[in-house]
Ligand binder design. Structure first.
Ligand SMILES: Cc1ncc(C[n+]2csc(CCOP(=O)(O)OP(=O)(O)O)c2C)c(N)n1
Ligand code: SF4
Length: 278
């Protein structure tokens, strides 16, 4: 694997969970290389937020996208060149708030890409407004008297949308997170990794997660068990909740065609379209 560090100054707060995510991601890239994945085939996208800064700190090709549009960008890259392994970094605000529709539809299509969701339960970069994942009672600058809303469960949402690899890990469990990310990238289809990520400045959840996080023994035997484990708030279960193999989007849409390699002229494209409507 080539050198992954960049010369950009790291501006994450000391103690931020994003450091653990970046370490695990680097280890996962090494593991993927050992498993035969060409590092040059890895492409990343990110949203805007503290999570998105990871883009600057990794020497990997990709696009630093717009807030809420990291997955739209990832899907475009994959459809243009299905030979690439596309990995998207999203925040809970980014991918479950403003960009939720892209998350739902990428999962529904079973796009063969990976979403690494930095779930810190707040809008970190913009200094602590409540996010869709903020707990009821969360106090931040937009909810000074405590958040009235309740968060939903990303794992069960992804089940409902149709994601085929659904998992959760914790930014301090580097080996576990490395394994889950590696499995997600190797998976054929939409893979979702919810990463519990304490934001030490606006939502310090280290004590909560250190007390409650439990590693599951294996993949739950069925959906009912998976839902109940995912929603359990007394024990926060991490591991793979679902790992299913079904046809993927670009293969059904494009067959073996690789648009990036076989570009066609505008005239040729018009002819193809005309021939579809005799
Ligand atoms: C279209 C658009 N809307 C809003 C913003 C302002 N904005 C930047 S980051 C952010 C929230 C970041 O929260 P999250 O995605 O959870 O990432 P975190 O900073 O917590 O990692 C917002 C609202 C923006 N840059 N662009
Ligand atoms: S504000 Fe929170 S998420 Fe952002 S760098 Fe600081 S600790 Fe990390």
């Amino acid at each position: 694997m080539h050198k992954l560090d960049t010369n950009k100054e790291n501006t994450w707060c000391p103690g931020c969970g994003n450091f653990g995510i970046m370490n695990a991601f680097k280890k996962a890239l090494a593991a993927l290389t050992n498993k035969g994945i060409d590092p040059k085939s890895i492409v990343i996208t990110s949203g805007i937020g503290c999570h998105g800064k990871i883009f600057d700190y990794l020497n990997v090709s990709g696009i630093y996208s717009l807030h809420g549009r990291a997955l739209a960008t990832a899907q475009g890259i994959k459809l243009a060149n299905p030979e690439l392994n596309v990995i998207c970094f999203g925040g809970d605000g980014d991918s479950l708030g403003e960009g939720l529709e892209h998350t739902m539809f990428a999962a529904k299509r079973n796009m063969d890409i990976t979403l690494l969701l930095h779930n810190n339960g707040t809008y970190g970069l913009t200094t602590g407004q409540a996010s869709p994942m903020s707990l009821q009672g969360y106090r931040g600058i937009s909810t000074p008297q405590g958040n009235i809303e309740r968060p939903f469960t990303p794992i069960t949402l992804m089940y409902e949308a149709g994601a085929t690899y659904i998992s959760r890990s914790y930014s301090t469990k580097i080996d576990h997170l490395t394994e889950v990310i590696t499995g997600a990238v190797l998976h054929k289809g939409f893979s979702f990794v919810e990463i519990l990520q304490p934001c030490i400045s606006y939502n310090n959840t280290y004590d909560l997660y250190n007390q409650k996080v439990r590693i599951m023994d294996g993949v739950p035997s069925n959906e009912t068990v998976a839902y109940s484990l995912a929603r359990n708030k007394d024990d926060i279960h991490i591991g793979i909740f679902k790992d299913e193999s079904i046809p993927i989007y670009h293969e059904q849409l494009l067959g073996s065609h690789i648009p990036a390699n076989e570009r066609i002229t505008r005239n040729h494209r018009c002819e193809i379209i005309k021939s579809m409507y005799p």
